[in-house]
Design a protein around this ligand. Structure first.
Ligand code: HEC
Ligand code: HEC
Length: 262
């Protein structure tokens, strides 16, 4: 599974590299080594202590008790069950304390360097959470996130939360003439992250539209300098060598601005 992903990513990079004039052979693909050593200076205390253990999520569907009487009520019921599952997933997100840092709506994080999660790809979220857990992702404030995973007792809980987060789709509006939009295209970012920055080509690649710009800047710089090397980060590294730190800021500000605000 992982190997297949790596091969897909490698083949894809070769294509992107041809377009971009990067010599594909220059890029060495290495499986990131799980690195559990976190520098002390990087360790920050989680801001929030979860009370998750004291509260039990209610997974028992109440709808099971209701008997459908006709087709219309069956349709209403399945809608109600769907709504209830969504509510339970949102509840789980709160019970596990995720809202304390990422916001109750998953798009109003408590700190500029914390990411928005609303609308993010489910598979990408799951992969990142595994990488925080194993220590494969250890750049930036990863230690904060790693410490916050302790209330998670089962992989199923991650899946449920990730599914809910992915369902919170974020609409975007692109102005082609914006400086950031032009850079995003000329640097070939769209080749992986999609022309709208919310439609990446692979499910385990991240959506970027609306992301906190300070968080995005930090991640781009870390990928560029090889500090973030988990998952498929390496496929992006070659491109980043052609993006200056000033350009990173322009792109990141534009990415944050393209989320449609109701
Ligand atoms: C104490 C604050 C805190 C809590 C609580 C927290 N996180 Fe995070 N989370 C972070 C920080 C900080 C990062 C970014 C780490 C970095 O600098 O790379 C992050 C990153 C992430 C990412 C990666 C996002 C991306 O775009 O790559 C996911 C997914 C995530 N968190 C999910 C969760 C979930 C689900 C929960 C609840 C179980 C949770 N977080 C609880 C602080 C927190
Ligand atoms: C060859 C494909 C590819 C290209 C081209 C590419 N990226 Fe990425 N990018 C990725 C992948 C894959 C990740 C996630 C790595 C992982 O953790 O698995 C990523 C991660 C990111 C992140 C961090 C997202 C988060 O939520 O943590 C940002 C920001 C980003 N890319 C911006 C850009 C920008 C801007 C460009 C153009 C200058 C670009 N990328 C070009 C593949 C690419």
């Amino acid at each position: 599974m992982v190997k297949t992903k790596w091969m897909t990513a490698s083949i894809f990079l070769a294509i992107v590299s041809l377009n971009n004039g990067v010599i594909a052979e220059d890029i060495v693909f290495q499986e990131p080594k799980p690195d559990s050593v976190v520098e002390e200076s990087e360790i920050t205390q989680p801001l929030y202590t979860s009370t998750a253990d004291e509260v039990q999520p209610q997974n028992q569907s109440q709808a099971d008790e209701v008997q459908p009487q006709q087709n219309q009520s069956q349709a209403n019921q399945s809608q109600a069950v769907q709504q209830q599952n969504q509510n339970q997933a949102q509840q789980l997100y709160q019970l596990k304390g995720c809202n304390a840092c990422h916001g109750i709506d998953a798009k109003s994080p408590s700190q500029p360097l914390y990411p928005k999660l609303a609308g993010q790809n489910q598979e990408y979220i799951i992969a990142q959470m595994q990488d925080f857990k194993t220590g494969a992702r250890n750049n930036g404030l990863s230690a904060v996130m790693r410490g916050s995973l302790s209330p998670i007792k089962h992989d199923d809980e991650i899946k449920t939360i990730a599914e809910w987060l992915a369902s919170l789709t974020v609409e975007v509006e692109i102005t082609e003439t914006a400086k950031g939009a032009k850079l995003y295209k000329s640097k070939n970012c769209h080749a992986c992250h999609g022309d709208k920055a919310n439609n990446p080509i692979l499910s385990y690649f991240p959506k970027l539209a609306g992301q906190n710009y300070k968080y995005a800047i930090a991640q781009m710089k870390d990928i560029k300098r090889g500090k973030r090397k988990n998952g498929s980060s390496v496929v992006m590294k070659g491109i980043m060598s052609k993006v200056s730190d000033d350009e990173i800021i322009i792109i990141a500000k534009w990415l944050e601005s393209i989320e449609k605000k109701e």
